[in-house]
Design a protein around this ligand. Structure first.
Ligand SMILES: *Cc1c(COP(=O)(O)O)cnc(C)c1O
Length: 394
């Protein structure tokens, strides 16, 4: 077998995002055991503290699940739902549908509130569905990666604050990229993934539970139907003292997570959000100046996942192949009903940079005009630069 050398890619799909060399160095450090006091104090405690900072909630039960974003999803659903519980799933995209499927597998009595792909839910729609179905659990996706829509959470605070409802929010594509504000928005169970806006390697799924969610967990009448993802057991490993072995934590990934969180702390969460917003605006200005159209409605566009319609007569895959071959840029196509119809451009964590956006706009122009698409020369890059110049402090 030859030595493997990964080619460098500019990762601008909906995850994973590029990982900073500091995080890669953290991955290569000497291995400790999962019960070593140094790992417990310097890694576990700091990772939990850093996660509370990005979740913006002082929730005691905040920890990284050993698994990808979907493991975070499964953890939320299997811990919060008991067989027969009424569950309302607000679904306007691929990942909300996955939540619904898992909720059924763990025994939930699931009602799907179907929304149009490309739009967000209005509080009234959800309230009416709650009145009709009286769910114990309401699930929704913050940034729906399949459509590029960010569900506004602030208008849902009243719903989330209800004593009789546990809200589960998928923040896989938003945590660390745009405001989630778990405490302020009264979210009961938020989960995410390490490889998107946190810019760590894939394999960890941060979760954070409100006191209400912890009470729901403690008051369950039946054991959690997954042993590996049972938070009553996991919390005994992640508690501060007298830690009890549960499974061997992925040590190196936790080093990497600690370094990613340290980088977020250094940048400042507010600055990081501003960076993501600014870069999103520059990208939109650029693609629109090239005559391309965004898919998500303007008032609900996510900053982290940008969806652009593939123009008439252009083959989605040919463009993506050229970006990859000529420029080393990865963007990704649509999922399900949007396959072939949109491109998904991730501007997450370390991938959300001015350099990446200018390069991508230039590369897109090259690929599209080569295929016969008519666009004014240099218009995309020029519009993005103008957008940056207009921004205060750039
Ligand atoms: C990526 C993603 C997931 C799945 O995460 P994996 O790490 O691929 O398991 C779930 N929900 C959303 C919104 C995502 O963007």
């Amino acid at each position: 077998m030859n030595e493997f050398n990964a080619p460098f890619r500019i990762l601008m799909g909906p995850g994973p995002s590029n990982v900073d060399p500091r995080v890669l160095r953290a991955l290569s450090q000497s291995l400790l055991s999962h019960m070593d006091a140094v790992f417990e104090e310097d890694i576990m405690d700091n990772v939990q503290e850093g996660l509370r900072m990005v979740f913006e909630a002082d929730n005691a039960l905040t920890l990284p699940i050993s698994g990808t974003g979907t493991a975070g999803m499964e953890t939320a659903l299997v811990n919060m739902i008991e067989p027969g519980d009424s569950v309302l799933m607000c679904a306007a995209g691929f990942f909300a549908n996955r939540m619904g499927e898992i909720a059924e597998r763990v025994g939930g009595n699931v009602t799907v509130l179907e929304g149009e792909w490309g739009r967000a839910f209005e509080p009234d729609e959800i309230s009416r569905a709650i009145d009709e179905h009286t769910p114990k659990v309401v699930g929704l996706v913050h940034v729906e990666t399949s459509t590029g829509v960010a569900q506004p959470l602030e208008p849902l605070r009243e719903i989330c604050g209800r004593d009789d409802i546990i809200t589960i929010v998928d923040a896989v594509a938003s945590l660390g990229g745009q405001p989630l504000s778990v405490a302020e928005n009264r979210l009961d169970f938020a989960y995410s993934g390490s490889q998107k806006c946190l810019s760590c390697s894939p394999g960890l799924a941060p979760v954070s539970l409100s006191e209400k969610a912890v009470r729901r967990l403690e008051q369950r009448g039946s054991p959690v139907r997954s042993w590996y993802l049972d938070l009553t057991l996991l919390s005994q490993y992640w508690r501060k003292t007298n830690r009890a072995y549960h499974h061997t934590a992925p040590i190196s990934l936790n080093y990497a997570m600690r370094e990613s969180l340290r980088m977020i702390e250094e940048e400042g969460l507010g600055n990081r959000f501003r960076r993501h917003r600014q870069n999103h605006m520059a990208l939109v200005a650029g693609v629109e100046a090239m005559g391309l159209e965004m898919f998500a409605k303007p008032d609900v566009r996510a900053w982290t996942v940008n969806t652009v319609r593939v123009p008439e007569g252009i083959d989605d895959a040919t463009v993506r192949a050229q970006l990859l071959e000529k420029y080393g840029i990865e963007i990704v196509g649509g999922l399900g009903p949007l396959k072939g119809k949109i491109w998904r451009i991730g501007l997450m964590g370390s991938s959300s940079t001015r350099n990446n956006i200018l390069l991508l706009l230039g590369a897109l122009e090259d690929a599209l005009t080569g295929l016969g698409y008519k666009a004014e020369k240099g218009a995309g890059v020029a519009a993005a630069i103008q957008c940056y110049q207009k921004a205060v402090g750039s």
